[in-house]
Design a protein around this ligand. Sequence first.
Ligand SMILES: C[S@@+](CC[C@H](N)C(=O)[O-])C[C@H]1O[C@@H](n2cnc3c(N)ncnc32)[C@H](O)[C@@H]1O
Length: 250
Amino acid sequence: MTKDSYRDFAERYDLFHGEFGEHKQSYRVFFQKVFIENNVRSVLDCACGTGHDLHLFYSLGCKAVGSDISSSMLAKARKNLKRVDVSIPLHKIDYRALHKHFKRKFDAVVCLASSILQMSDKKEVIRAFLSMRRVLRDNGLLILTQGTTDKQWQKKPRFILSSSSRDCSRLFVIDYHDRGARYNVLDILHDKQKPQLKVWCVDYDQMLLKDDYSKLLQLAGYRKIRFYGSYNFEPYSKKESDLLICVAYK
Ligand SMILES: C[S@@+](CC[C@H](N)C(=O)[O-])C[C@H]1O[C@@H](n2cnc3c(N)ncnc32)[C@H](O)[C@@H]1O
């Protein structure tokens, strides 16, 4: 990412999450369980965006560190964390180069909400997985999540309502192509005086699904690779799941 592609979106990004510092119960319990079971005390969120999950990990009692490649997302994270009076180290780092910046090791590295899909090809994904692995302690875990699943990829819905409230509706209009997709994010601001439409888009040059992750993570040296289809630990189903969660061990 040479230019900051989130520059015009960072201020609106949090519509994906709701109020900063509030976390859905099932989401919170998922990470709590995984972290307790694996004795996770330190977590690096290597595509931390506006810091929503950093706050969650902090509230679970972990030592959280955030990194991201986008200055505007990091600026928003700084603002969000300051507002709730939480201090978490934030760094501007490409997740393919984590090992050059961190000499220490983490119990867990997370790369959430499709952040790994921003790699242009599989070679770059492996580079990223290798770098994430290098900053993990032995038996440490990597967690990935994304909303695009095998089921969606097969059905290819063009319109998806992401959220809707009194103030704003957010929808995805998706242009699928051979290997990847462009996600257009349309925000309709329901202002009675001056309704507005704001548009932003992100390109995923190549979609990665369950079998791709299995292969690429193994190639990068991960083991015990597990997939879930919900934050209630339901097994991932290519036919049914609307969420793809992957947990892999160093
Ligand atoms: C869809 S956002 C997800 C943010 C956050 N994880 C969340 O759940 O809200 C994708 C994030 O990945 C970051 N990103 C993209 N490429 C990156 C890279 N090479 N290294 C680090 N972060 C990257 C973007 O800047 C952006 O903040």
